[in-house]
Design a binder for this molecule. Structure first.
Ligand SMILES: Cc1cc2nc3c(=O)[nH]c(=O)nc-3n(C[C@H](O)[C@H](O)[C@H](O)COP(=O)(O)OP(=O)(O)OC[C@H]3O[C@@H](n4cnc5c(N)ncnc54)[C@H](O)[C@@H]3O)c2cc1C
Ligand code: FES
Ligand code: FES
Length: 460
């Protein structure tokens, strides 16, 4: 590993190197507003929810990935190209067409959200897709979205302009009282993990980032997985997909949208956080937290996914259902990391739905989640895998519901019976998001609803 390298990145087209006294766990938002005094990027919530801090990572493939500067640390930013709202200004100093159109359509009042919205829209011009989804991570409290959407509708899509980038080098950033390691191979990662067992293991930082932005923690040692080649691998095979632990949801979503059999997972991923969160968040991070409300976990359980773990003793593989042990507890032993996941492809014709109930459709924490994968043949449910989230100490398979479905006729009565059986699989609690009774009722209804969704399709 190279020691004491400087953190370097390209900011608004200009190569930038930070002095060694800058903490690598400083958030990009704090740094932008502090040192270069680029105060166009705003702080609303400092926890990834409001989008006021949105900047764009210019991707090597020419994509524009919106990201929350309040959660992104300088150590993670190393080697990337980032654009803040100031970087949209033309050479003549004039406002960008996105800014002009927003103003012309009265898409701004107090203006606090506007730089973040402008950056999301600038990214959307290349990224495309649903405008609702592009803006789901940007809150505007006073203008209302109608004029903003009108502005977006007047803008033209833009082509991606790929840029050449050099492969990353293994580096360590040393600041007073801190070391931030960026290994590039699994061997280096495992070695560092063994050498520094108490170091924070950081992937996208969409969970851990709150510790820097809100709690102002400055961990003594951080090992960042984002450049580890093996953790960035994506392999698509007829039988399924191998997804590296550090592959961002942004990439996973495109894969699930494109690949036969994974559409149900794509529907859920579109509601996991916002585009900004999906630029950085990873499957490895969702498994790492082993949170009962990790949205990716029920789909992985329903698919029968397995996880490959690497550690000082070598590698081992296990089903995700064995990996999730208890409330926020996974099967990782000291020194081990998640290397990648294997997502088996559902059989042709299988039905796969991944539902999430939350108080708000976008950017909200799950109150109850249910993922169901069934195979139907000759009017009967030949196979069933059911998994729940948010209604027990961990995301888990619903074995009683599976037993009720398997072998049963493909009829409404079978889904009603599975909804009843599901009540024995779940142990919901009440909290500020939902009461235990609501969660029970809602979980059963998610199962019942599948009959109406699927019977409308030609499946038998
Ligand atoms: C505004 C906001 C909205 C969100 N919305 C959702 C949502 O809708 N649904 C949802 O499920 N989550 C949501 N999250 C949480 C978060 O985005 C996910 O849990 C995400 O998967 C975390 O991935 P990460 O790469 O950012 O993890 P990090 O924050 O980097 O790490 C999380 C944990 O995983 C561990 N870890 C990371 N990689 C590995 C590895 N390779 N091996 C072992 N351990 C590892 C870390 O050590 C840490 O303990 C949201 C977060 C925010 C801030
Ligand atoms: S300040 Fe609200 S998302 Fe970053
Ligand atoms: S213009 Fe005021 S919050 Fe959007």
């Amino acid at each position: 590993m190279v020691l004491s390298a400087a953190i370097t990145f390209t900011l608004n087209g200009t190569p930038t190197a930070l002095p060694p006294d800058v903490s690598p766990t400083t958030t990009l938002l704090d740094w932008l507003r502090g040192t270069p005094r680029l105060t166009g990027t705003k702080e609303g919530c400092a926890e990834g929810d409001c989008g006021a801090c949105t900047v764009v990572l210019e991707q090597p493939d020419g994509g524009r990935a919106a990201v929350n500067a309040c959660l992104l640390t300088l150590g993670q930013l190393h080697g990337r190209r980032v654009r803040s709202v100031e970087g949209l200004r033309g050479e003549d100093g004039c406002a960008h067409v996105v800014q002009e159109t927003m103003a012309a359509c009265n898409g701004t009042q107090c203006g606090f959200c506007t730089p973040g919205i402008v950056m999301s829209v600038w990214a959307h011009q290349v990224e495309g897709g649903e405008v609702h989804e592009a803006l789901a991570g940007n809150l505007c409290r006073c203008t209302g979205y109608r004029p903003i959407l009108e502005a977006v509708s007047k803008l033209q899509p833009e082509p991606a302009a790929p840029v050449e980038t050099a492969p990353p080098l293994a580096v360590t950033f040393e600041a007073p009282g801190q070391k931030f390691f960026r290994p590039v191979s699994l061997a280096q990662l495992v070695h560092l993990r063994a050498e520094h067992p108490n170091a924070m293991l950081l992937a996208g930082g969409t969970d851990l980032g709150l510790r820097f932005s809100e709690h102002r923690e400055r961990p003594a040692k951080v090992i960042c997985t984002l450049d580890v080649a093996e953790l960035g691998v994506v392999e698509v095979l007829p039988e399924g997909m191998q997804i590296g632990a550090a592959v961002p949801y942004r990439t996973l979503l495109s894969l699930c949208e494109a690949e036969t059999g994974f559409g149900g997972f794509a529907d859920l991923l579109r509601r996991l956080g916002s585009r900004q969160i999906r630029t950085m968040g990873t499957l490895g991070g969702n498994l790492g937290t082993a949170s009962p409300i990790g949205d990716a976990l029920p789909p992985l359980l329903a698919l029968g996914a397995s996880v490959r773990i690497a550690g000082p003793e070598g590698e081992r593989e296990m089903l995700v259902e064995d990996f999730l042990i208890d409330y926020r507890k996974n099967a990782l032993q000291m020194g081990e990391v998640i290397r990648d996941l294997w997502l088996p492809r559902p059989a042709p014709g299988a039905l796969f739905s991944c539902d999430k109930l939350s108080r708000r459709h976008d950017q909200d924490i799950t109150a109850a989640g249910l993922s169901v994968l069934i195979g139907v043949a000759d009017g009967r449910i030949a196979s069933a895998r059911v998994a729940h989230g948010g209604v027990g100490p961990k995301a888990a398979r619903a074995v009683a519901a599976e037993a009720a479905l398997e072998g049963a006729a493909f009829t409404q009565a079978s889904f009603d019976a599975a909804a009843e059986a599901l009540q024995g699989d779940i142990t919901p609690m009440g909290d500020l998001r939902a009461s235990a009774e609501y969660r029970r009722l809602a979980c059963g209804n998610l199962m019942r609803r599948l009959w109406f969704r699927w019977s409308a399709q030609e499946v038998v």
